[in-house]
Design a protein around this ligand. Sequence first.
Ligand SMILES: [Zn+2]
Length: 279
Amino acid sequence: MQKTTLGNFELTMLTDGGYYLDGGAMFGVVPKVLWNKKMPADELNRLRLGLNTLVVRTGDKTIVIETGIGNKLSDKSVKIYGNEMLLMKQFDEAGVYPAEVDIVINTHLHFDHCGWNTFRQSDGTVAPTFPRAKYYMQKGELAHAHEQHERDRVSYLTDNYDPLVRNGQAVILDGDSEIAPGISVQLYPGHTAYHMAVIIESNGKRACYIGDLIPTTAHIHPTWVMGYDLDPIACIDNRHRFYKDAIPERWLVIFTHDPKVPWAYVGKDADGKYAIESL
Ligand SMILES: [Zn+2]
């Protein structure tokens, strides 16, 4: 577990562990001979990715951004993804108690971003993991999740969000919004049409949980977008839009699926290529 400060805020990086995704799906039209140098695939062409959850303590509020995969997948799915379900143990080790969490934010509602929003209890029923929290999600994303379109319905598991909509813990946002002092969300579409990033700001310093717009440090080149992205052109345009502010203003960038570098600064190297500077 890693910690840092941003102005007056304390940031703690937790993980739900690793999981497998197909290497080709992670890099879309980029040839394997190129991406495999940055992120080597195993004999089944899989990549072992991370599931990074950020906890922000502002002094007033405790905020959780993304909640990994959770413990509700079927046995068959756990075999496929090889996910580890570590997040609750990580909360315990970090001394963050689920009952103290005020705010949970999901960049979008794919199963690997909101899995621990709820958890399966020993009797098989599903309950909210954070009993006092409000859970923030985008209206358009929720509508798309409910549509269950054949292109991406495997990514949307209703138990991750519908129990919270039903019991009133969900707060449905309509576009860019301020959530709490120093915490806001902005639409950065492309991966999904209503995908959002979380902007964290304290004392003149900024960090951004950019979600699946730039899932790992191997994806920082603007055109290295994923096969999963519903609108790859929008992803590329929004990466440029993001870098235009994030690089000169030195935003700390949080990479949701990077297994080794969960946060870093983005800059340009001597050849003018996008590069990361570790924290
Ligand atoms: Zn994802």
